[in-house]
Design a protein around this ligand. Structure first.
Ligand SMILES: [Zn+2]
Length: 265
């Protein structure tokens, strides 16, 4: 274990009160990123010293417990990634990227457990000019008004396409943030692939239901699946998927079999 170089330590002690103030201002920064000037702005030495703090969370280092407790808390609630709602969490994302906001590199509020894919795609994304941030798992509620839709087309194959539609019940700024999140994380394509895989796995269930109860039986099953998925949020990708499928006459009257001919993209 290497000790912090005295120069970094001196630099950090010199800005100690500034860092404490920055921690207190974190939520204000989230509200309007355009007005924020980083404590380390223009100082390579300070930036490097602050970034060096992050290594303190590594195994065997003084802040290892902080990392462990963040993951423990996440896993005790829901081990799914809060950004895609699909994969397991395995990495810590700096909501405000540490390269732009090094003073928050070890602030627990800024460290969000996410999956590997979302961590990679989000990267340093942070639109300071537009003031548009993605949704913060600790501070923001994703809209609970239906804005995510799945379009189902049953032909020789079954194609699924996701889209967002504005609703009167949601303000423009919030909707733009949702759009940004979907774009940065490539969620339309990701959910399309996940949906095809999910439905293909269920063909036997659809066959049995359709064989014994016909299209109304299959429709009921799909509606029940939609209601179940909506417990995770009205805009959960499975909720949008099953809502659309339950309303699709072609799919419910035997068109589901064409799933086997559905290409993955
Ligand atoms: Zn994810």
């Amino acid at each position: 274990m290497s000790r912090r170089r005295p120069s970094s330590r001196r630099v950090l002690l010199g800005v100690r009160s500034g860092i404490i103030d920055a921690y207190g201002d974190y939520e204000d920064v989230l509200r309007d990123i355009r007005r924020f000037t980083s404590l380390a702005h223009g100082s390579d030495v300070l930036t490097k010293a602050l970034l060096g703090n992050y290594a303190l969370l590594d195994r065997g280092r003084p802040l290892e417990d902080l990392r462990n407790s963040i993951f423990r808390t996440a896993l005790s609630r829901n081990s799914r990634c809060p950004l895609c709602e699909r994969a397991q969490v395995c990495a810590l994302d700096h909501f405000l990227p540490k390269n732009h906001f090094p003073e928050y590199s070890i602030l627990a509020d800024n460290l969000v457990p996410v999956c590997e894919r979302c961590n990679r795609l989000k990267g340093d994304e942070c639109d300071r000019v537009g003031g548009l941030l993605m949704f913060h798992a600790y501070f923001d509620e994703f809209p609970d008004i239906e804005i995510l839709f799945a379009e189902i087309d049953v032909d020789s194959t079954v194609s699924i396409r996701y889209s967002l539609r504005h609703s009167d019940g949601i303000d423009n700024f919030t909707f733009e943030r949702v759009e940004k999140q979907y774009k940065v994380l490539g969620l339309f394509d990701f959910y399309q692939m996940e949906a095809v895989a999910e439905l293909t796995d269920q063909i036997d269930l659809y066959d049995e239901t359709y064989g014994s109860c016909g299209d109304s039986g299959l429709q009921s099953i799909l509606s029940a699946l939609a209601r179940g998925a909506e417990r995770k949020g009205v805009n959960h990708w499975k909720a949008a998927l099953y809502r659309a499928l339950s309303r699709n006459v072609d799919f419910c009257s035997g068109g589901y079999r064409n799933l086997l001919a559905t290409p993955l993209n």
